[in-house]
Write a protein that binds this ligand. Structure first.
Ligand code: NAI
Length: 495
């Protein structure tokens, strides 16, 4: 282990460089440079403008992979034109699978809960790379577009393992899993099942689950119920902004994107283009994210000293223009940083001071470069039997007429037509004529003779697909399989 760490640094766009400078000044004065060197990398607006649609240079990728840690300011995503969010690209490319955010009431930050004397102190762990954020989207018919929602067992295991480990390290007693498994029984169902399985290894931590809509209501009514919540990507994205609102807004919410090899620490707010260049941005979120970075490196003493100085500064009523008392004049970004520096060594008096160990120990080592992409697997050696297929058809033919045509096409194959649905609701063989349909139907063929389960491969499903494709416009195809005898596909609503 080296006695110094090199961290890739991307100041960001908009207010990014202003608030990053403020944070680095606080770090310097607190002695972080005794252990850490920052190496600046190019990404964001200037790189997009130079025609690189990834928004990041090859040199930046190389530096981040070498350092294993990136400290970044907010970055703008070009609207339209196909350019993807650099923030999402970074998390996915470098496998930063868990997004950890800490939401705590801060002195001087006026909120509904601070006024009511209800302290908020909770962590949200959001799965960071899967779900609809895979961005696997396609137009299936004239009227229908699709986004594939991929949830994987090893992806779930990684994020749950991280959550329980973090809860243990932070001394938390209970972890909740937020989900919508009552509706999305397979995807959210897997997320919940893996939460329970991984949680079995942590008997000292209490586990509970909560449906996402009830969670949102409870968070607004009694946020003090929760210490840590682990969530799938999209739900986690929404709930963590809700939680930011509970503690005063995005300006106070730090965020760490943790991977096995590479981790990214960033503010959760955007580039604030309306105030960029004016020197008035609030650096608190980026600074708190920087403290998560220091703790990731093992620099617990310096992180504690800086956090206590920040709390003491806030208690003294020092604030930027986006928060604080209207009776005191706001300060600019660099004066806010200067006030924190002036409070280094002081402790907050109104709330518990953060622990400050006697010395720092750099525990971080940069990643060892793997030679191939790591294959992650949870379930192996499962028996997988083809039982039929769903063929998705672009057509405006009414369901009954469609069924008659399809039944004729299935003659001479091992399959029979068992169901037609539109937008997930069964419209044949039973259903209601009041169910509105679109130009996209799922037609399900299942093995007529159940004794053939385990006897046939994929061939016959491709054969019936060919037959259907000769008469209809196929929009999509899904072989149906049982895994270890259990149905590996959902039923239609009403089936
Ligand atoms: P935003 O967070 O930049 O701004 C929303 C409002 O909050 C604005 O009024 C802004 O002035 C204020 N605000 C945000 N951060 C502040 C701070 N530190 N101090 C004081 N006031 C602050 O969100 P918006 O306007 O939707 O997005 C602007 C750009 O930022 C977009 O290009 C978006 O893609 C990008 N963005 C980047 C993120 C990242 O890098 N992680 C996250 C969110 C947005």
């Amino acid at each position: 282990m080296s006695d110094r760490a090199t961290i890739a640094l991307a100041p960001g766009d908009g207010i990014g460089p202003e608030i990053m400078n403020a944070c680095l000044e606080v770090f310097r004065e607190a002695g972080v440079s005794d252990y850490v060197d920052f190496e600046e990398v190019q990404m964001g607006r200037s790189v997009f403008a130079g025609g690189e649609s990834r928004g990041i240079t090859d040199e930046a990728v190389e530096t981040i992979e070498r350092c294993g840690v990136l400290y970044k300011g907010p970055m703008g995503t070009p609207i339209g034109g196909g350019g993807k969010s650099i923030n999402v690209t970074l998390r996915k490319t470098f496998g930063a699978f868990a997004n950890l955010r800490h939401f705590q009431s801060l002195p001087g930050v006026d909120t509904v809960f601070s006024r009511a004397g209800v302290p908020v102190d909770m962590y949200i762990v959001r799965e960071n790379v899967e779900d609809t954020y895979g961005g696997v989207e396609a137009r299936l018919t004239s009227d229908v577009v699709e986004c594939k929602r991929l949830i994987t067992a090893p992806g779930c295991d990684q994020v749950h393992e991280f959550a329980f480990q973090a809860a243990k390290r932070l001394g938390l007693k209970k972890v909740y899993c937020g989900h919508k498994a009552n509706i999305m029984k397979m995807t959210d169902g897997l997320f919940l099942e893996r939460f329970r399985t991984v949680g079995d290894d942590y008997p000292e931590i209490e586990k509970a689950d909560v449906i996402i809509d009830a969670l949102c209501m409870n968070l607004v009514l009694k946020p003090q119920t929760y210490e840590m919540i682990v969530l799938p990507n999209l739900q986690g994205d929404i709930v963590s902004d809700l939680a930011a609102g509970l503690v005063g807004g995005l300006g106070f919410a730090p965020s760490a994107n943790i991977g096995d090899q590479i981790s990214i620490f960033e503010a959760v707010h955007g580039t604030a283009p309306d105030i960029a260049g004016k020197g008035v941005g609030n650096p608190t979120s980026l600074l708190l994210s920087g403290l998560m970075l220091l703790r990731h490196l093992g620099l617990l003493k310096r992180a504690g000293v800086i956090e206590n100085a920040l709390l003491a500064t806030l208690e003294h009523g020092v604030h930027t223009g986006d928060f604080g008392s209207p009776e005191t004049e706001p300060v600019g970004t660099s004066d806010f940083a200067r006030a924190i520096i002036d409070h280094l060594g002081q402790q907050p008096s109104e709330q518990e001071a953060k622990p400050v160990p006697t010395h720092d120990t750099l525990t971080y080592s940069p990643p060892v470069r793997p030679s191939v992409n790591r294959l992650m697997q949870t379930f192996t050696q499962q028996r997988c039997d083809v039982v039929g297929c769903d063929i998705y058809i672009a057509t405006t033919t009414p369901p009954l007429e469609l069924a008659q045509k399809l039944e004729r096409l299935a003659v001479g194959t091992p399959f029979k037509l068992t169901m037609i649905s539109s937008r997930g609701t069964q419209v044949w063989p039973s259903g209601s004529v009041y169910t509105e349909v679109v130009d996209y139907f799922r037609v399900r063929f299942e093995l007529e003779d159940k004794h053939l389960i385990g006897q046939i491969g994929q061939g016959p499903t491709i054969h019936i697909l060919r037959r259907i494709a000769e008469k209809f416009e196929v929009a999509d195809f899904q072989p149906l399989k049982n895994y270890d005898g259990e149905r590996g596909f959902s039923l239609a609503q009403g089936q």
